[in-house]
Design a binder for this molecule. Structure first.
Ligand SMILES: Nc1ncnc2c1ncn2[C@@H]1O[C@H](COP(=O)(O)OP(=O)(O)OP(=O)(O)O)[C@@H](O)[C@H]1O
Length: 617
């Protein structure tokens, strides 16, 4: 947690203050790209809504002055009041009504266009965030600081760009109003203008400061907010609620949830109180300036220097001018806040992505298979390597089994082979070419893999299979073929909608499967990948019954004669048939060979094999 960020030196602070405004332009471009007609419409309505209030004030003056004039005329001439004689006044009233109607129309137009833009822009930014997510590496997702950035970007940024643009337009609208009020007011006194501007400045400065503080608070808290969201998920999702209930975890987790809230609330309260107290004190200065100018106008009118109409106009201009000024100052400090939030979004979007330089779709020595040459790997932030000195050669048609205690590095080896991570030392070759030189798409098309923690998609059964080969995502014939090989066809046939049955509990009518059934779905998914000649099964049968497991491996051996297969299993009955067995311990190869040679060597493998065999006697 970065609770104690050092305050930047004064010069930098100023630069930082103005620096954050750089995102205004980007937000505008974003809005422009989202919808040109709506952006233009927004600008037009802003202009109309900005100019017309001054016009209304000016017509107000004409009304009062012409009323005074007409009253004097009637008093002096004694002429009767007719519609015709009242017309010089009434036409102004009519004009003002027209102006007010136009303002209302412009404001409706603004809010309609804003709400349309909000929807479009939210969608656009979310798609940008998700597209970016697709280009990031697994290591970035596993990095908690990066994950914070992603969470912050997703939580707030989809509404912020429009907020920023609305405020920019709001500022323009108020700015236009102020200029037009200024044109009217300067005839009274340029000093009055100055008094109003100076009076509002302190509030603006305090607003800007506190929005900066609020933003920093928001950033610090990201880890706690994430923990809160996580606790909400654990406490209220079907996949965890079973265990939470049985272990009676609710009070404990809920208490933790409450404590996080209390800490956050305490910080919020302090900031809110400080922000509002300063806002009130400095706002008083503005009010004081306003009433000073008010008194001045009144005195001038009493002294006969201003007509009643002029006084009415100035008072209106003062009132509306002050409102416009403080609204635009709030816009500016709000813009500062939006800019800061937006900096998050861009920080995330500009996260560097490792260049995928590889272009090979075929290796230098086709048919050579997979080679690991002295491969080592350490997870980012870990202090000891997860793998080191790994060497192996697997030819087409051969099978490899990885054996080792929990945490010995078996899954890590698969992650390196599938290029989810790059080795820190040594290299991995496929068909004689370094994996780094391969086109990632071409490489991944050759690999069919199921991980221990495979995904249970809340989609249709068939789509759960189709996910294994996007080209055949909807191909029902291929679904059936894969399900047959993965031994899933029997239970799928018994489901109410067959391959079109919705799986999982998230959506209406969804069916939940047993652990073993899900595993059969995952296995079938791996079989969907027809083009793959490397099949990796990371504990594929752990949840299956014994008969299913035996059938899976019989089929697996039968169908993978010309393929390379890598199998991770803790069951020696399945491991023993592999051409090569690698015993891994603490990230290093302890023993290597086939079943017969490892048994003859009488080492760790032989000991573990006998131990398991004994259990079945
Ligand atoms: N994403 C990760 N970030 C950091 N360390 C990790 C990560 N994944 C695994 N490790 C660590 O790397 C080591 C090897 O883990 P790996 O998952 O490869 O083990 P495994 O042999 O597949 O274990 P198991 O039999 O339990 O599946 C472990 O010590 C683990 O704590």
């Amino acid at each position: 947690m970065r609770r104690t960020q050092p305050a930047p030196p004064p010069a930098n602070r100023l630069a930082a203050f103005f620096g954050v405004f750089r995102y205004s332009r980007r937000a505008l471009v974003l809005v422009w790209q989202t919808s040109r007609p709506l952006t233009v419409g927004l600008a037009l309505c802003t202009l109309v809504a900005g100019v017309l209030p001054a016009v209304a004030a000016w017509i107000g003056q004409l009304i009062v002055d012409s009323v005074v004039e007409a009253m004097a005329y009637h008093r002096e001439s004694g002429a009767p009041l007719t519609l015709e004689s009242a017309w010089p006044v009434l036409r102004y009233v009519l004009a003002e009504a027209g102006v007010i109607a136009a303002i209302a129309m412009a404001q409706r137009g603004l809010s309609a266009q804003q709400s349309l833009l909000r929807a479009l822009l939210g969608q656009k930014v979310n798609v940008m965030i998700l597209e970016k997510a697709g280009t990031l590496s697994l290591a970035q997702f596993e990095d908690s600081e990066f994950y914070d950035k992603l969470t912050r970007a997703r939580r707030e940024a989809s509404i912020r760009p429009l907020g920023l643009v609305n405020k920019t337009f709001g500022l323009a609208q108020n700015g236009i109003s102020l200029i037009s009020f200024g044109v009217l007011l300067v005839q009274f006194s340029p000093w009055a203008l100055l008094i109003l501007a100076v009076g509002a400045l302190p509030v603006f400065l305090s607003e800007a400061k506190f929005s900066g503080d609020a933003f920093r608070l928001f950033r610090w808290r990201s880890p706690q907010t994430r923990m809160q969201m996580y606790l909400e998920t654990v406490l209220a999702r079907e996949d965890s609620i079973k265990e939470v209930k049985l272990f009676g975890l609710e009070p404990l987790l809920l208490d933790r949830y409450r404590r996080i809230f209390d800490t956050l609330y305490g910080e919020d309260r302090r900031l809110t109180i400080r922000r509002e107290s300063w806002g009130f004190a400095l706002g008083l200065l503005g009010t004081l300036a306003f009433y000073g100018a008010y008194a001045w106008v009144v005195v001038e009118t009493v002294g006969g220097q201003l007509t009643l109409g002029e006084m009415t106009m100035y008072l209106m201009v003062f009132k509306q001018g002050q409102a416009a000024l403080s609204a635009s100052l709030t816009s500016v400090s709000g813009m500062y806040e939006d800019n800061l939030y937006l900096s998050n979004l861009y920080e995330y979007l500009e996260q560097p992505v490792a260049p995928q330089a590889g272009t090979l779709t075929e290796g230098a020595r086709p048919g050579d298979g997979i080679r690991f040459e002295n491969v080592g790997f350490t997870y980012p932030g870990a202090d000891r390597p997860a793998l080191s000195g790994i060497g192996l050669h697997l030819r087409p048609g051969q099978s490899l089994a990885l054996v080792g205690a929990n945490g010995s590095g078996k899954t890590t080896l698969i992650k390196l082979l599938t290029r989810l991570y790059e080795p820190g030392e040594g290299r991995i070759l496929l068909d004689g070419s370094d994996l780094a030189e391969w086109d990632v798409g071409a490489l991944r098309r050759r690999i069919g893999v199921i991980f221990q923690d495979f995904v249970r998609y809340q989609l249709k059964v068939g789509e759960n299979l189709g996910a294994g080969d996007v080209a055949a995502f909807e191909d029902e014939a291929r679904w059936q073929e894969a399900a047959r090989r993965g031994l899933a066809d029997d239970f799928i046939a018994d489901m109410p909608g067959g391959y079109h049955t919705q799986l999982g509990r998230w959506f209406k009518g969804g069916q939940e499967l047993s652990g073993g059934q899900w595993q059969k779905i995952a296995l079938s998914r791996a079989y969907m990948r027809e083009s793959a000649d490397i099949l990796v099964l990371d504990e594929p049968t752990a949840a299956m019954d014994a008969a299913a497991e035996a059938a899976v491996f019989a089929d697996f051996r039968e169908h993978s004669r010309d393929k390379m297969t890598i199998l991770i299993s803790h069951r020696f009955s399945t491991v023993r048939a592999a051409d090569q067995i690698l015993v891994i311990d603490g990230g290093e190869i302890l023993e290597q060979g086939d079943h017969a040679s490892l048994m003859a060597a009488n080492g760790r493998y032989a000991r573990l094999f006998r131990l398991q065999a004994k259990g079945y006697e």
